[in-house]
Ligand binder design. Sequence first.
Ligand code: G3P
Ligand code: MG
Length: 247
Amino acid sequence: MKIISHRGASGYAPENTLAAFELAVKMGSKNFEFDVHLTRDGKLVVHHDYDLKRTAGRELAIAGLNYAELKKVNVGNRFGYPFERVPLLSEALDVLSPAAEWINFELKNDDNVYPGLEKELMKFINARPGIYEKSLFSSLDYGTLKRLRALDKGLKLGYRGQRLKTALLLPAIMRAKAVGAVNFHMNLRLAYKFHVAMLHKAGMRVCVYTVNKREDALKMERIGVDGIFSNYPDILSKAKTEKEVRR
Ligand code: G3P
Ligand code: MG
């Protein structure tokens, strides 16, 4: 089971910053997830939210800022870090890609708030040798997945189930398959063995978010989940207890 650094080592360093990615690499991560946005002047950047309210206490939307303005904002005054900025995607990849075996670009583009994001990202990926092969692209926004698929028939896509329940899993699987998704990303709340089995039967790998407790990580491993998104890259690296070994 892949342990995927969720927004970098975001349990120990400010999420989606170079500090979080550097730390994840130092901790031995090989699998990475982060979120991609576009600034007003067309720069690809890494941040989770569409605005800077939660991370910087500022009522500013990324879509309304040029990168020269955005980079001055401190989004990382936590865990003892004095200043961290929103990184350019290129900077994040400079840090991650030498260590990465698998990279999940999550495009935050609800209602196409960043027109042209998919095209810009694919242009960027195709200009960086060695990245495409180990990349998977996901989004909550179905239109974004469809635009990515229209740009590239061979692209690996991940479908993210939202507000799912058992009765909605089959329609979600059909939507995921319709766009050619190879991965299905689901909330821990819904990660039951029979859901995982259904998704495997449909030919997709299953990655579960966000798994920050060791007991949940061990459970995901037992029920056959392919990957977990975790803020703690070391979630399973501590020695197992005797009880866990005997299970
Ligand atoms: O793709 C799932 C993972 O990224 C968790 O979601 O909200 O942290 O972007 P989020
Ligand atoms: Mg994400």
